[in-house]
Design a protein around this ligand. Structure first.
Ligand code: COA
Length: 253
């Protein structure tokens, strides 16, 4: 696997995201490699970033080449991997440092527990790029923090620190030794009855399929808009985007 490092110890499988760019932007190949590495559901998973961050989100450079159909497909494939992580039998723990933004945050939210370094930042900044979250983030954030806070964070594209994320219930704990702590919890899971753990996971992590479906559709729609093109171009050109904030009649009338 080109974009990740996989380490196994007993029934614990660690996936370290290891992209060439230090903030670990996620392209589809990397996301699929993560899903593939966790395919054996009997392993307890840990996902962490091997570089300067967990992940600063989907690779924005790749957005420049997407049209509505390929964007929908990107969201569909991303949803498949996130759903698989959420639905597989044994838990997956996200061990986070640096940034967990956009798709990186969505990946962390698809995991069953999140342990973070004290100096980490979280958020769904997609709106500032002229798009919306596309890997289930609107729904998983809503489940984690409730609809008011989820709307506030996603609609403003706000970035929050670890302490705020802990207070909001996004994190299980904060630790300087976040990766070690994830390993300790993994070991605890390894010693517990498999069937109980698998059933508890399934029963506590139920989801509303309809809104997840709509998120994929709307993500694809965003790539019909000039704002999406402006958002991605502005990021690549390192300038502030100039969005058109008037109603888009093609999408809403
Ligand atoms: N996709 C592609 N490249 C990314 C990226 C992403 N999501 N996030 C960061 N990078 C790249 C930057 O383009 C930059 O590349 P360069 O060194 O070739 O110029 C490099 O990673 C470092 O980023 P930089 O912005 O210079 O670092 P910073 O410490 O000033 O800021 C962030 C860090 C995370 C705040 C900032 O990079 C950022 O806002 N990234 C985008 C986050 C985002 O919107 N994610 C959601 C995507 S849907």
């Amino acid at each position: 696997m080109k974009n990740i490092i996989v380490e196994k110890e007993g029934r614990i499988l660690k996936v370290l995201i290891n992209r060439e760019k230090k903030l670990n932007p996620l392209d589809m190949e990397t996301i699929e490699e993560i899903g593939e590495a966790l395919k054996d559901e009997s392993y307890i998973g840990i996902i962490a970033g091997n570089n300067k961050a967990f992940s600063a989100g989907a690779d924005i450079n790749a957005f420049l080449g997407l049209d509505p159909a390929t964007a929908f497909d990107f969201a569909r494939r991303g949803h498949e991997v996130m759903d698989f992580i959420e639905e597989r039998q044994m838990p997956v723990i996200a061990a986070i440092h640096g940034f967990a933004l956009g798709g990186g945050f969505e990946l962390a939210m698809a995991c069953d527990l999140r342990i973070s370094h004290p100096d980490a930042y979280f958020g769904l900044p997609e709106i500032t790029l002229g798009i919306i979250p596309g890997f289930g983030g609107t729904q998983r954030l809503r489940r984690l923090v409730g609809e008011n806070k989820a709307f506030e964070l996603a609609s403003l594209g706000s970035r929050i620190d670890s302490r705020t994320a802990l207070q909001l219930g996004i994190l299980s704990e904060i630790s300087e030794k976040y990766l070690e702590r994830a390993g300790e919890i993994g070991k605890k899971y390894e010693s517990l009855p498999y069937e109980s753990l698998a059933y508890i996971k399934e029963l506590t992590r139920n989801k509303d399929q309809d809104l997840f479906g709509r998120e994929k559709e709307y993500f694809g729609n965003m790539f019909k808009t000039a704002n999406q093109k402006e958002g991605a171009s502005a990021f690549v050109e390192k300038r502030t985007p100039a969005f058109n904030s008037s109603i888009n009649k093609n999408l809403f009338e």
